[in-house]
Design a protein around this ligand. Structure first.
Ligand code: MG
Length: 392
C-alpha cells in the first residue's frame, strides 16, 4: 500500500525570519533549513513510500540545499500555485501523474516537529476513515470581541479543536475534492480537511501535539530554536593529516590564502594542504570517508580546483546530518613560508568557509627544527582537528 507525503512549501511568508528575506520554511533552525527537518522526518518513516514537495518556482536552489543529504523517496519538487489550495492541487496532480498512491498525508513545511507517533496515528485512522487529521483540544477560554477590541461574549469551547497537519486522505477522494473545488472557482479553503468536508467526506480527528506547531512569527522561531537546542546531541571529533611536496613556482595556497613564496606546492588541485587536512577532519567527525574518496585525484574534474570546494562539500555533509561545527584547529608544519603574517587572513577565510566565528578557528604553525622532510624544506605538513555536534 503506497502512502505519499505531500509537503506544502510554496508559501512566501517571511515573518518568521528575522535574519533576512528567506521564506520561513527555508530559515535556518539548528543548523539546517526548517524544510530539511520536515523532509528528514518523513524520509525516516518506513510507512511513507514517496515524498512530493511543492515549492515556489523561485525557490529551486533553496529546495536543493534543504533536500541535499536527505535519504528517502524524494520525488522532484513541483511548482505551486497562487494559493495554498492551488499548491496542494499541483502536488496531488504530480503524484497522480507518477504512480498514484492509495493514501496521502498533506503536511505544512513550517511544522518541523511533527512526530512519528502523530504521523502513525493519522495513518492508522485512515484504515477506517477516508480522512483523518491531527488536531489538539483548545485549552484557553475563547472570547469574541467587537468594536475596539472589547469582549462581547465568551465562546463555548466544547467540541472545538485546532486543526494541525499532517492531514491524511484517501488519495483519489482528496484529489477529486480538490479538482471539484477548483472547477467551481472555490479557492479560499484554509486547509485540506475543509475541502474534504465541503465535498462531503467524513473527517476524523486524531490526537495531535502541542510541539507540532506551525512556525509563523519570530516568537515561534525562537521557540523552535529552544526546542531544537534541548534535543539530545553528541559531540564528535575528527582529525586530518596531509602532506604536499614543493615544486617550482612562486606561491602556495594555505587555508584558502594565496601566499607568495619561492616554491609552489605540487598537487592535483591547488594543493592547499591545510584545507585538505581540514576536509578530512570534518569528514572524520561524521564518519564519512575521506577527501580522496569523494574527490578522486584520478578525476580530471578536480585538476587545479580551488580546495575550498572540498571543504564546502564536507560542510554540506555535516549539515545534511543535522550537524553543527563547534570548532576546528589547524597546525601547519613548515620552515617557510612564515605563517604569522597571514594568520588573521587565514582565520577569516576558514571562518567564512565554515560559517562560524573566527574565534572557533585555530591556526597554528611550527617548524620541525630543521629535522625531517619539512626541515629540509621539501614540503609542508598540515594537521587538523574538527569538533562537530550531531543529533543523538
Ligand atoms: Mg592533499
Amino acid at each position: 500500500m503506497a502512502i505519499a507525503a505531500l509537503i506544502v512549501a510554496a508559501g512566501r511568508g517571511t515573518r518568521a525570519d528575522a535574519a533576512g528575506p528567506l521564506p520561513k520554511q527555508y530559515a535556518m533552525l539548528g543548523g539546517r533549513p526548517v524544510l530539511a527537518h520536515v523532509l528528514a522526518r518523513f524520509a525516516a518513516d518506513p510507512a511513507i513510500t514517496a515524498i512530493q514537495t511543492v515549492i515556489h518556482p523561485d525557490d529551486r536552489a533553496l529546495y536543493d540545499q534543504a533536500s541535499a543529504g536527505v535519504c528517502g523517496p524524494l520525488l522532484p519538487p513541483v511548482a505551486g500555485g497562487a494559493s495554498r489550495q492551488a499548491s496542494v492541487l499541483a502536488g496531488l496532480e504530480a503524484l497522480a501523474r507518477h504512480n498514484t498512491p492509495s493514501k496521502v498525508l498533506i503536511h505544512d513545511a513550517a511544522r518541523p516537529f511533527v512526530g512519528s507517533d502523530c504521523v502513525g496515528r493519522v495513518i492508522t485512522a485512515l484504515d477506517h476513515h477516508t480522512s483523518a487529521i491531527s488536531a489538539i483540544a483548545i485549552a484557553d477560554t475563547l472570547k469574541r470581541t467587537g468594536a475596539g477590541g472589547i469582549v462581547e461574549s465568551t465562546v463555548d469551547r466544547a467540541g472545538l479543536w485546532q486543526a494541525q497537519t499532517p492531514q491524511g486522505f484517501g488519495f483519489q477522494e482528496i484529489l477529486d475534492a480538490h479538482r471539484k473545488a477548483d472547477a467551481k472557482g472555490l479557492h479560499s479553503f484554509t486547509d485540506d480537511a475543509a475541502i474534504a468536508e465541503w465535498a462531503g467526506l467524513e473527517v476524523a480527528l486524531v490526537m495531535g501535539s502541542a510541539d507540532n506547531f506551525k512556525i509563523t512569527t519570530p516568537e515561534d522561531m525562537a521557540r523552535a530554536e529552544r526546542m531544537m537546542a534541548a534535543l539530545p546531541s553528541e559531540t564528535r571529533v575528527g582529525s586530518g593529516f596531509d602532506v604536499h611536496r614543493f615544486t617550482p613556482g612562486n606561491h602556495v595556497w594555505l587555508c584558502g590564502v594565496r601566499i607568495a613564496h619561492t616554491h609552489a606546492l605540487e598537487g592535483h588541485s591547488d594543493a592547499d594542504v591545510a584545507l585538505h587536512a581540514l576536509t578530512d577532519a570534518l569528514l572524520g567527525a561524521i564518519g564519512d570517508g575521506d577527501i580522496g574518496q569523494h574527490f578522486p585525484p584520478s578525476d580530471p574534474k578536480w585538476k587545479g580546483a580551488a580546495s575550498r570546494l572540498f571543504v564546502e562539500d564536507a560542510v554540506r555533509r555535516v549539515a545534511a546530518r543535522g550537524g553543527r561545527i563547534v570548532n576546528v584547529d589547524i597546525t601547519i608544519l613548515a620552515e617557510e613560508p612564515k605563517i604569522g603574517p597571514h594568520r588573521a587572513e587565514m582565520q577569516a577565510a576558514v571562518a567564512s568557509l565554515l560559517a562560524i566565528s573566527p574565534d572557533r578557528i585555530g591556526i597554528k604553525a611550527t617548524t620541525t627544527e630543521q629535522l625531517g622532510f619539512t626541515g629540509r624544506r621539501e614540503g609542508i605538513v598540515a594537521m587538523a582537528t574538527a569538533s562537530v555536534t550531531l543529533p543523538a
